[in-house]
Structures are given as structure tokens and as C-alpha cells.
Design a protein around this ligand. Sequence first.
Ligand SMILES: Nc1ncnc2c1ncn2[C@@H]1O[C@H](COP(=O)(O)OS(=O)(=O)O)[C@@H](OP(=O)(O)O)[C@H]1O
Length: 432
Amino acid sequence: ECQPKPRSSQTAFCAEADSSLGQQSAPHPGPPRARRLPACIIIGVRKGGTRAALRFLALHPDVAAAEREAHFFDRFPDEADGTDEEALRPELYRLRMPLSLAGQLTAEKTPAYFHTPAALRKLVLVVRNPIDRLVSDYLQVKSNRRRRGRGHPPLERLLLLPANGPRSGRNQLNLRYRPLRRSLYDVHMSRFLARFPLEMFHIVDGDKLARRPYPEMRRLEAALGLAPRLRPDMFYYNATRGFYCIAGKSAGRKAGSSVGWGCLAESKGRRHPPLKPSTRRLLAGFLRPHASRFERLVGRQFHWRLTEQPPFSWNGLSFLDWKPDTRQSLSLLLSMNWIMSLTHSDTGFRAMLASARSCSTIFFCWAMDDIFGRTVEKGWRSWSHLYLELVRDSFCLASSVELDFPSICLTSSTVVALLSVAMTTVQEAAIS
Ligand SMILES: Nc1ncnc2c1ncn2[C@@H]1O[C@H](COP(=O)(O)OS(=O)(=O)O)[C@@H](OP(=O)(O)O)[C@H]1O
């Protein structure tokens, strides 16, 4: 996301996205446009789905959305060294906003606001499962560091500290770890509620936004008092990415919009590494009271599953494209919690299907002949019968699944990939 420039180049802030910083609109044939202060600000949470919420909101013809994060309320006080600070501040903020027509609602998103003391007017907060958010935050920091050529320790090394000395063999959470602190929604929310009435907030359920954006976006549209102009056909599910994206021409793209269609950048929707069950339990135990308190504060329940490793997470679907790196694929599969049982019996598959049934989110359709052909070709003849059995079972289960989400079709090559990894695991286990 947009990084502010150092002090000396303040006025060139985010200039790549906005090279025409000026008082009034650049000459153009349409009605006059100008930069306006935002009437809607998405304040967080970091990694909650704020970019998706803003991009989808920008589909509305009466919305002009800032492409880059303004970071006005969290970073500006440090940057300000002008003499007439009061006059300067709103003006600088305005200049970071996109050109808009009279009557259009200007919106921006800077998730850092939620975690930073700030004074704002219209507050939209996107929250998601706090454990998923934490992992996502870790991955973001890791990627930022990698871009700068720096390494980053594994998450658990940052998140855990030895309890009662290094030899105890037990761990406790590192409460100073910032991605963990940012998941304490109740702590941050209380600070906001001390200054703003709850009615000033609109809370978007980021997990629902990721799974089915339209209903969440309709609610946001209504909460902002906008005419109902967002439509379901503006969004389509991209199975490779595992997320909804913005439909192209069919959605009737907004005239003159700088908002692109298609999917969000690759940095959104990263694969999450699995957490050790003990770490997850520790986190869940710590975060549950905070999550409940947050729910009480805002008077709404989010049903976050904190203890369970998602059995087959929505995000998980994006990694089902086969990657030749077996080790990486294996660790991802382990996060699905079923492959271990697959190593000694067929119950893993059944368990996976059962959990898919209870989630009602996934539908499997597999090409059995292809599995058979490839497994034989790879010389694992002895296993192929077992897998054919399993797949036949899966078909029976899958056909009875009631769906209220779009169905996902795993391609046969994906399934072969999953099975190949499973077989490698079995063989390695047998050798050792
Ligand atoms: N449609 C769509 N496409 C891609 N990603 C989506 C979408 N809807 C929600 N999300 C989730 O958004 C998470 C990133 O959140 P933010 O945009 O708030 O991140 S940031 O704080 O601005 O960096 C991102 O987190 P990760 O999955 O951990 O990468 C996604 O889970």
C-alpha cells in the first residue's frame, strides 16, 4: 500500500497515482470536477479487507475513491512543519483525494487510522477473524521486508516467548508483538467509542465480504445513504484467486472511473501458513475474550472460529493450483488438517468432505479417469485403487451437499496433485 514520502517531498505524496495535484480539475470535456475532503473514510482494520471494500464501493457512480492511502490522520502530525498548520492540514488532505463531481461522495481507506489515535467523522470499519488478520499482517510485514532484501523470522518465533524460562518447554504469547496487538479490536474500538457514538460507525464483516461481497456492499451502500446502484453482476468469483473480483464491461463500468476491474493485486489473498495447533489454542484463548468484548461493544456477533484451523478455508482454494514445489504444497495441505489422517486410512477424505458439508461452501467435482491415468503413470499403481474408492465415496457425499455459495470445481490435475503429495508423504513415512 502507499507509503508516504519523506518530509522533504511531502507535496509529491503518492504522486505516481495522482500526478495532477491541484486546486481544481484539469481541463476535460465533462462537468467540472474538484478534489473534496472525504465524506467516508474506511479506517481499518489492517488486513481486514479494506481495499476490497473501497474498490467495490468505487463501482458506485456517486462515489469517487482515492486510489492510494492518504495516511493523513496517522502520519501527518509528524510530517507537519509548516507555519500555518491549521490552514495547511485540511488542504493537504484534500489534495490527496481524487477529482470528483459535485454530489459525488469522496471515500478513502487508510487502515492505520484504527490503530492510531485520530479524529474522524464517518467511520467504516472492516473486521475479520482476528487470528486470520494476525497471520495476514505477519505476511504483509514479511513481504515488505523481502522487498527491501531483508529476511523475516517465522511467525511463531515472533509471536511466542518461552513461559517460565527457556527450559520449561512451554510458550506464552508475546503481547508486545504488534500484529497481535492490532487484533485486539475491543481495545482500539473502546478508544474510538470514547470519542464517537456507535451510530457513526458502519462495520463491514470482512469474512463475509471475502466470501460474498454483494450483500455486505449493499449494507455499506445503504449505511452511507447512497442510492442502490451496486449490483450482484458487478462481482464474479475467480476460482484461481479464491476471491471475488470486479466484472469488466458486463458490470457497466462507471464512466470516467480510474477504478480498474478484475482482481485485487496479488498481495491481497496470500496463502496463509498453518499455525501449530498449540499456537492456535494459545491465541484463541487469549483473543476470545477480546473478540467477545468487541462484539458486545458494537452489539453484533461475528461467529469467528478461533480454535479450529479452518478445515478447508476459502483462502485455501486459491492454492489448489498445483505447484511443483512438493514441500510447499505439503505444508499448505497440512493446514487443511486432513492429510495426516489420509496417510493411514481413508478417513481423512471422509472428514474433509464432512467438514465441507457442514460449511456448505465447497462442491467437489473430480475427474476420476484422469486420477487413475496419472497415478498409474507415476508408478503408484498400488495406491490408485484406494484413491478411486475414496473419490467414488466423495462423489456420493458431494452430491448431497446443499449449497448457498457458488460451487467450486477442483480440476482433475489439482486432485492428482493433492493425491501425489499424499502418496509422497505415505512413502516418506514408510521409509522413516
Ligand atoms: N475480493 C478480494 N480479493 C482479495 N482479497 C480480499 C478480497 N476480499 C477480501 N479480501 C481480503 O483482504 C485482505 C487484505 O486486507 P486489506 O486490503 O485491508 O489489507 S491492507 O491493510 O490494506 O494491507 C486479504 O488478506 P489475505 O488473504 O491475508 O491476503 C483478503 O483476505
